[in-house]
Structure formats: C-alpha cells, structure tokens
Design a protein around this ligand. Structure first.
Ligand SMILES: [Zn+2]
Length: 468
C-alpha cells in the first residue's frame, strides 16, 4: 500500500492551509485555505493552485476560518467536481466568510481601478457566484459520525474546540488486515473556551498532522480575560468614557458578548448599553444561535433549561442599519461599542475610532492579533498620531491590550493532547501551520514527551508514510 503526504500551504507558515493525502492513488485534500500577507505575493499564491483540482477525489474541511477554507471556491473553477466534507457549523461559517471575502475582493478591485488607475488592482480570484457554486459541493457530517470519503477510505470528525464547528479529521483505511489512521488537527483550541466545549482527546493514529501556531508560547488562563475585561469597563465608565472594541465578527464578537452577559449577571460591570455594530457579526451570531449541537454544557443548559439567550441581554443592541450606526456618534454617556473589522482595516470600526480616539476618557480595547502595517497595529503600538480615512488623529484614548482571548492551544496544551495519545502506535508527527521558531520549539517538546519522530513539513515536499 502506498500512502504519502504533501503540504501546499501552511508549511513553515500560518496561512493557506492545504494538505494532500494520497492513499493508494486516491487524492484527499485537507483544507483549502487562503494565503494572507503582502498583497502581490498572496495574490499570486492564491491565484494558481499548485495541484490539479480535477485529480482530487474529495476535500475535507477542518473549520471555517479563511486561512483554512478561503480558496475552496477556486476548486470548481479549475475542474473539481467532488464533495467537500465539513461539519454543519463549519459549512455555515465558511459560507459567511467566503461571501464576505468575495465581496471585499470585488470592492477593492473596483475602488482601486477607479481611484488609483496607476496602481495595480488585483482581479478577484473568485466572485460571490463562485462561492454559491462551491456550496453545492458540501456534504455536512456531525462530530463522531464516521463516513466514507472515497473507495476504501473513511473519515470522522472530532471536536477540536477552536471555533464553532471546528474539527480534528481522522482518515482511516485498511492495509491488509490492519486498520491505519492519519489524524489532522486543523486548528486546536484550548480548554475553558466560552461557548464551545473543550477539545476532545486526540484519537489513536499512526500519523498525526499537527498545527503549531503557538508552538513556542504559553497563554494566560482564560479566566483572566473576564476579570481584565471587567476592570477596563469599570475604569472607563468611572471616567465617563466609552469602550471601543475592534473585533473579528465571527467568533471573537460572540465570545465578548457572552462574557459581557456573564459580567452583567454577576453585577461586575455597570448596567450600560452595549452595541454590536457590524452586519457580519449579526449574521455570525445567527449561525451561533442555530448550532446548539456545538455548545458546551453551560451554554446548552442556559438555552434549554433556562430558556436564556447567551447572545442577547437587556441593553445589548445589534446594529445593522447605517443610520442607527451613525446615531452612535451623538451619544455622550458611557457605552461599549464592538465593531469590525478586527484589525481596523475596513468597516464601521473606522468611524467609531475617528469619533473617539482623541478623547482621553475613552478606551480602545485590543482583543485580537494585529498584523504589521494595519491601523490596529498602529493603535496597539500606541503611536501618538494615527491616520484614519487619510486624516491624522491624535491618539489620546487609553489603549488596553488583552492577550488572553486566543482560540489556539499553546505549546503546553498541544503537549498534553499528544502525550495522551497512544504513543506506541503513533509513528510520526508532521508539524504544519507555524512560524519557524514555533515549529522548532514544538518539535523538541514533542520528542521530550516520547513521540518517536517529528518532521517539520517543508512546502511541496512529498513524505512517504511507512506502514510496514
Ligand atoms: Zn482557525
């Protein structure tokens, strides 16, 4: 039997996750993510798929984040006619994120072509119509429901505790009389996350393809996040200011709303208005509300036993209408405004920053990663002046950074998950989805707990899986 593994994205980097597993001539693609980063380079990498989609037998999606699902619409465009397997929640989140991405690509292209004809405008690599087309290929399967992938190859999803619907995928096949299994972590979450359950233990496997995003970092406990959030809100309200929170619309916003709900119930923050001003966050919250199968026990109980809505409370207002959004500018009393985009590159958050950044009573609360060269990073770096819509504004508001909200396992979490596997059976761990320092550190950590062999995966290199 001939089995091999090859990464076309997410090897020695953290975006563009795309891994090809070949099982006796069958081609199984694990994730088909979008590369992010410098525009010209990312565009080239995203535009040309490094394999022939028509030769794929099936695609398995671990979760709905852009770096894992973002290039799925290119597959049917290049002749792919097979299925895309995902959990029901992952399909819905992928749909929302892909539609948004297609929309942004179209808008960017139109704007640049019209306003800066001298600058190179990148043609959208797919349209909203192409997103609808790839949705036709989806087959959704819940956690722990084994299903056939292609002839002789089966698959099963286990909850990876990273975002709503996220899964570890196991690919199982028979080698003579023996069952063989390759497990792919997708992105691994951490215990104690709000809303979703803790990651399930990793299943027994002969080979593990493991993410390494925080392979050299240790997070503060999540419990700190709630306490720090309450402190920031109380301090700002005491000064008569507003709390402005730039937040990714899918996942982080729902976690914030959930934490604010708890803090209100516990009377740890004053009874002030909270606005979620983002049409995409409103749509994402709708997805969270219908996927009760993905909740942890606390949220399930709140929903079913007490008929409480964890994503709604007195004085929480979801805003979609532009006029309602503008009315927030006239508010003088303290309130909390959660808006996107998360890195302050676009969207309504820009208006709220423009209106509030120069007032020292206000707080800008950073709860997510801010990439280099973004407005979010300039604020996180506490630059004295920042440009919003091309105009410089003095940064006088307080900037507070909470690093405790990560949805990724840190290296200690990954060590525990892997150490709990059957290490006699596990032949090798392939490390993907990490920067070089994280990969090297995690490799060392895993060898120390008794993993027999660890390989840091090189882009496009083929690894034969020895099953003898
Ligand atoms: Zn992810």
């Amino acid at each position: 039997m001939n089995v091999s593994f090859q990464s076309f994205g997410g090897a020695r980097e953290v975006t563009g996750s795309k891994h090809l597993l070949r099982v006796d001539g069958r081609n199984v693609l694990l994730d088909c993510g979008m590369f992010q980063g410098r525009r010209a380079e990312a565009f080239e990498k995203n535009r040309r798929l490094p394999f022939a989609p028509a030769e794929l037998d099936c695609v398995v999606l671990s979760h709905g984040h852009l770096d894992h699902c973002g290039n799925l619409p290119s597959l049917p465009l290049d002749g792919y006619d097979g299925n895309v397997y995902a959990t029901p929640a992952s399909r819905d989140i992928a749909n929302l994120i892909l539609m948004d991405t297609a929309h942004i690509m179209a808008k960017d292209y139109e704007w640049l072509s019209r306003h800066e004809p001298g600058k190179k405008a990148y043609r959208p690599i797919y349209t909203e119509r192409d997103v609808v087309r790839v949705l036709d290929h989806f087959i959704t399967v819940n956690y722990r429901r084994p299903f056939p992938l292609c002839s002789g190859v089966a698959c099963e999803f286990r909850n990876s505790g990273h975002i709503l619907g996220s899964a570890v995928a196991t690919v199982t096949f028979r080698d003579g009389s023996r069952e063989r299994r390759v497990a792919f972590t997708g992105d691994l979450g951490r215990p104690g996350m709000p809303i979703i359950p803790d990651p399930e233990p990793l299943p027994e496997a002969d080979y593990l393809i493991c993410e390494s995003t925080y392979g050299n970092r240790r997070h503060d406990p999540l419990e700190h996040a709630r306490r720090q959030l309450a402190e920031v809100i109380r301090d700002t309200v005491d000064k008569g200011g507003k709390v402005i929170i730039p937040s990714f619309a899918v996942g982080r916003t729902q976690e914030l709303v959930y934490f604010l709900h708890l803090l209100k119930d516990e009377k740890k923050i004053p009874d002030l208005d909270v606005f979620v001003d983002s049409p995409m966050a409103v749509n994402a919250t709708g997805i969270f509300k219908v996927h009760q199968e993905c909740y942890n026990e606390t949220v399930r109980q709140a929903f079913l036993d007490h008929h409480k809505d964890p994503f709604g409370f007195n004085k929480l207002h979801y805003i979609t209408d532009v006029e309602d959004s503008k009315k927030l500018n006239d508010r003088l009393d303290p309130c909390i405004i959660i808006s996107s985009s998360g890195m302050c590159e676009a969207g309504r958050i820009l208006h709220h920053l423009k209106n509030n950044i120069a007032d020292s009573r206000n707080t800008i609360l950073i709860v997510g990663f801010m990439a280099a060269h973004t407005l979010g990073r300039a604020i996180a770096d506490r630059k004295s002046t920042v440009k919003i819509f091309g105009t410089p504004y003095p940064l006088r508001a307080r900037v507070k950074i909470l690093n405790t909200f990560s949805a990724h396992a840190d290296f200690e979490d990954i060590r525990s998950y892997v150490a709990a596997m059957n290490l006699d059976r596990l032949r090798r761990v392939f490390l993907v989805h990490g920067e070089p320092a994280a990969l090297e550190h995690l490799a060392q950590v895993l060898l120390e707990v008794g993993v027999r062999a660890v390989t840091i995966v090189e882009p496009a290199e083929t690894y034969e899986l020895d099953l003898a």
